[in-house]
Design a protein. Structure first.
Length: 403
């Protein structure tokens, strides 16, 4: 067989390739029908009796070596996707390669697939969507597209950048106002009115921002499914729920008296405090405009298996060392390790290497167990944190380069 692959000529005996009849060249050597032979190649020269294939000649060297030796060699510098595409074209299975080469190649192939998957998800996470075709043919599509660029794409114009900065500013102001409202000196009437007015201004801005996103959304279902939009909704709901509860509380005195009789006023107050506390979730709105927070969220999503393993090991360590500590300390007079559940707090604090010192062992065996618990915590905290930090640094650098 005279074979021309990408301009390079190869000569190989028909009896050699016929040993592999399921491959493309094996079929070419066995087949006697000229029409079918032309279907197996890209072109044929009658004068030279030469079959032409428009394929990569550098990879065909390894295909040629396979027919001569029966072993498919795989080099590290090859692109896994390109190599798999070529051997599939020639009809050669990866099983003909050496086991050591095949294992390394499959690992490299998995790494490349994982890298491409993460790269695609990373671009989908942070790439501003092209809104050009989203609003075509829709009601007020041009105006909705302008609002979308203004709210969702801070790099589209200077006003969009200003709105993004204002959004972050109002989030910080709202969080600072909420924290200052718990200070005793700030609970006087004057400061309280200032805090309430500040909360109203922030709530109006967040509501306007949410409504603009809702109006400019191309799909209502996708808007509701988006996590950041859910955070925006949680950021504004406490304000209106608090107003609703306060109006109900002040509007119907008879109902208030009935509630007081059944001692539900205190419960209503606790509900209001809980609703006010929900305003702390507004800080999550910074993830929309913060590269670091988005990189952190993406890292947690990609490394959820490692994080779950970390929590599993922590739980195993807490249960193990708390049981050991209880077994060696429970007979000591005045000990705090009266039961295994009471020892969980000590084990958790020791594993995290914080060591508050509120609960300590008194016996030598107890201190040996404590030393083992602390050592295990140091090893446990060191392994996954380095992995998470490396991935976070990589993702953060890619996001900054993208911006």
């Amino acid at each position: 067989l005279n074979i021309n692959v990408g301009g390079k000529l190869f000569h190989i005996a028909c009896r050699v390739v016929a040993r592999y009849p399921v491959t493309r060249l094996g079929k070419l050597a066995i087949c006697s029908d000229p029409t079918k032979k032309l279907q197996l190649c890209d072109d044929y020269s009658v004068q030279k009796n030469e079959y032409f294939f428009d394929r990569d000649p550098s990879i065909f060297h390894y295909i040629f070596h396979f027919y001569c030796s029966g072993v498919l060699w795989i080099m590290d510098e090859m692109c896994p996707s390109n190599f798999v595409e070529e051997i599939e074209y020639w009809g050669i299975h990866l099983k003909y390669s050496q086991r050591c080469c095949r294992i390394l190649f499959e690992e490299k192939q998995d790494e490349l697939s994982e890298f491409l998957k993460i790269q695609k998800e990373l671009e989908a996470e942070l790439e501003p969507l092209d809104a050009t075709g989203q609003f075509e043919g829709k009601c007020l599509g041009q105006y909705r597209q302008m609002i979308w660029n203004l709210i969702e794409n801070p790099y589209s114009s200077v006003p969009a950048k200003i709105i993004a900065v204002m959004s972050s500013f109002f989030v910080l102001i709202s969080i600072v106002g909420m924290t200052l409202s718990t200070v005793e000196e700030m609970k006087h009437k004057t400061w309280k009115q200032w805090m309430e007015q500040l909360e109203i201004i922030c709530a109006i801005f967040f509501t306007s921002e949410y409504l603009m996103r809702l109006i400019s959304s191309s799909s209502f279902k996708e808007f509701l499914r988006a996590a950041l939009n859910a955070i925006d909704l949680v950021a504004i709901l406490p304000f209106y729920i608090q107003i609703l509860f306060e109006n109900l509380d002040e509007g119907d005195m008879h109902y208030h008296e009935e509630l007081h009789k059944v001692e539900n006023v205190s419960k209503l107050g606790k509900v209001l405090k809980l609703i006010k506390l929900m305003r702390i979730f507004r800080i999550l709105k910074l993830a929309r405009h913060s590269t670091g927070l988005r990189a952190f969220r993406f890292t947690m999503r990609q490394c959820y298996q490692q994080v779950c393993c970390l929590f599993l090991f922590i739980a195993m360590g807490i249960f193990t060392f708390s049981a050991l500590m209880h077994s060696v300390e429970h007979d000591v007079p005045g000990t705090n390790f009266t039961s295994i559940p009471y020892a969980w707090w000590w084990a958790a604090v020791s594993l995290s290497t914080v060591g508050y010192g509120d609960t300590v062992p008194d016996t030598v065996l107890g201190r040996i167990v404590a030393f083992g618990c602390i050592s295990f915590g140091i090893i446990l905290n060191g392994m996954p944190i380095s992995i998470l930090y490396n991935k976070f640094s990589d993702y953060y650098a890619k996001l900054k380069a993208h911006e």
